[in-house]
Design a protein around this ligand. Structure first.
Ligand code: GMT
Length: 379
């Protein structure tokens, strides 16, 4: 099949899922064309089945807000026509689903029928999408897609609850490549970070408010009072400055390292004891799945789709959003020597369930189903 993929190419869950999906489809022999404003971060090698088409937005003094969506729609039209795509798959509704709709209408005037699959990832529904500035367009473009998927049951429910959706939604959960995300032997690295046998906590995110990164620091600070510990923070974003301030206020900076945006996250995950995800909202929690694949159990909130991944008392623990005290208690339970190995093993078992080879066929089947549905509607 020839598949076009539209996504956010920078760091962030939806772009990672879209890129990994495209790479896996290419490995299975499909031809995949990425259409984005810059090369996706994880698309940094050559594969004969992978193509990248840059969306160029010309600047003009009148454009206080350069019209990216129009340039994207034009590029979709060109790529669909000239590369003879079978289907377009857009990740994250805003503005990708509406750009796809516009491209579809343009193509229709030229006699083409472009099938569009939209995957909703999270904040496009639970945060930005439901804002009154976007809601009518988001509702319309989801309803106009030929197939719609969400990454969890929870996000499917949120979509139906918050928008007037007139069509089916299929849940296809996120996935992890266990060839890449696996616990590696990094004893020297662990010793460098934890020279006196301290426990190691880790958090990765884009440091936005929705991630409640301050809770990460508070949990760490309390746990450290009971058991010598270190904290590694991967990623960057608007809340980093507040994290640094809190770290100083709590007097824990000597045991905290901000690592910034790292490429090979799996190497750092390989030395961790516990992954912290106290998010306000989280449709799935891909970062937690990647940690679990590296045998790191998870302390998280119970928001959104997280409980579909992190099984309470099995792969880690879930608490109410903001209940730092409970998260501290759970972290201390998990870190006990007699418990940690069992949680590690359970985390890996659960990650196996979401391995790439299990989930990829669901996307391929969904593409086929969407094409069949369209053919049937034309007859
Ligand atoms: O919140 C992020 O980390 C970024 C965001 C995105 O769309 O790039 O992530 C969302 O999509 C991920 C991939 O499907 C999910 O794993 C995240 O849970 C989801 N984030 C939220 O719902 C807040």
């Amino acid at each position: 099949m020839k598949i076009g993929i539209v996504c956010y190419p920078t760091f962030g869950g939806s772009g990672v899922v879209a890129t990994e999906l495209g790479k896996a489809l290419a490995d299975k022999g499909h031809q995949v064309h990425f259409i984005t404003y810059t090369q996706p971060v994880r698309l940094n090698f050559y594969n004969e089945n992978l193509f990248y088409h840059a969306v160029y937005v010309p600047n003009y003094p009148l454009f206080q807000y350069p019209p990216y969506e129009l340039a994207l729609a034009s590029e979709i039209v060109n790529v669909f026509k000239y590369e003879k795509l079978d289907l377009l798959h857009v990740h994250y509704a805003i503005p990708h689903a509406s750009a796809a709709y516009m491209a579809k209408q343009i193509l229709k005037t030229e006699g083409y029928n472009m099938p569009v699959v939209t995957t909703l990832h999270g904040t496009d529904i639970t945060l930005v999408g439901k804002d009154a500035s976007f809601e009518p367009v988001v509702t319309f473009s989801i309803n106009q897609s030929d197939g719609v998927t969400t990454v969890s049951e929870s996000l499917k429910k949120d979509t139906f609850d918050q928008f007037k959706i007139t069509q089916d939604i299929e849940v296809i959960p996120n996935f992890v490549d266990l060839q890449v995300f696996r616990r590696q032997e990094k004893a020297h690295f662990r010793t460098a970070i934890c020279p006196n046998g301290e426990k190691l906590m880790i958090h990765t995110s884009n440091f936005r408010k929705v991630k409640r990164v301050q809770d990460v620091m508070k949990i760490f600070s309390e746990v450290r009072k009971h058991t010598p510990s270190k904290l590694l923070l991967i990623g960057d974003g608007p809340e980093r400055i507040n994290m640094e301030r809190l770290c100083r206020e709590l007097g824990v900076c000597d045991d905290v390292r901000f690592l910034g945006k790292l490429g090979a996250v799996e190497e750092v995950l390989s030395i961790a004891d516990v992954f912290l995800m106290p998010s306000e909202k989280e449709s799935f929690g891909l970062a937690a799945l990647e940690a679990m694949a590296c045998e790191v159990p998870v302390i998280s909130s119970n928001t959104g789709g997280i409980p579909e991944l992190n099984l309470h008392g099995v792969t880690g623990f879930v608490s109410e959003v903001g209940d730092v005290e409970d998260m501290v208690k759970n972290t201390l339970t998990l870190l006990k020597d007699e418990n940690l190995d069992t949680f590690r093993k359970n985390a890996l078992d659960r990650a196996n369930h979401f391995q790439l080879s299990n989930i990829l066929p669901h996307y391929e089947a969904f593409y086929e189903k969407t094409l069949e549905k369209m053919k049937a509607s034309i007859k």
